[in-house]
Write a protein that binds this ligand. Structure first.
Ligand code: HEC
Length: 193
């Protein structure tokens, strides 16, 4: 029998969630989800608020320059706020900044989410990966959920200044050509106990 690709994606997500050698008591799982959601939401709000302000005052080019200079420091601020056992980052399979490229199992998880998306399966709100007995990763899938994302991640060829800035800052940029609702990547919150 031919296996549909999304079934293997589901199986992979199932592997990461269920058939894992490290047992996670329900209480601990709930706490990972709660913390992960709080930290990911905080990062989305921080970046979103800043992006909005800079788009309003300076337009896409100024906002892109701001993101380029400040997305990392702002992300680190959120990590720091939650203490040394928690860190947060953004990942993508089609990254703009090479530092945001998904690594190892992160890649497998994003690929599985992408397969689900390709097969019109509604994506989970989050995925929890048990990395080892002390470490878990909470993934919040990020989609192109606002038209404004397309200003810098859609077809940007008509905005020559922006396209040039992106090209010179990120010569290997893979983060254009997106459409509404596409999977853009994920926020990953790593929690160590
Ligand atoms: C004003 C331009 C601009 C807009 C609008 C914009 N982005 Fe970005 N985005 C960037 C830049 C520049 C980077 C690279 C920043 C860095 O160096 O981390 C980036 C990086 C990212 C990353 C990290 C992964 C990677 O490719 O490096 C994600 C995820 C992301 N954007 C999602 C979004 C989403 C979702 C929206 C809409 C809510 C959005 N962006 C709107 C310019 C923009």
């Amino acid at each position: 029998m031919k296996t549909l690709p999304y079934l293997s994606a589901l199986a992979l997500l199932g592997t990461s969630l269920l058939a894992n050698p490290y047992t996670t008591p329900q209480e601990e799982y709930d706490s990972i989800v709660k913390t992960g959601n709080e930290v990911a939401t905080s990062l989305i709000q921080t970046l979103g608020k800043n992006l909005k302000q800079h788009l309003q005052s300076e337009g896409p080019l100024g906002a892109a320059k701001f993101c380029s200079a400040k997305a990392f420091p702002l992300t680190d601020n959120v990590s720091t706020k939650y203490g040394k056992d928690i860190s947060v980052k953004r990942i993508s399979l089609n990254e703009r900044n090479p530092a945001n490229a998904a690594q190892g199992s992160e890649k497998a998880i994003l690929e599985a989410l992408q397969q689900l998306q390709n097969n019109h399966v509604i994506l989970p709100q989050y995925v929890v990966e048990r990395v080892d007995s002390a470490t878990a990763k909470y993934y919040k899938p990020l989609r192109i959920n606002k038209g404004v994302c397309l200003k810098c991640h859609g077809d940007i060829t008509n905005n020559t200044k922006l396209a040039n800035f992106i090209k010179s800052s990120y010569p290997n940029d893979k983060a254009t050509g997106y459409k509404m609702s596409d999977l853009r990547g994920a926020i990953v919150v790593t929690i160590t106990k």
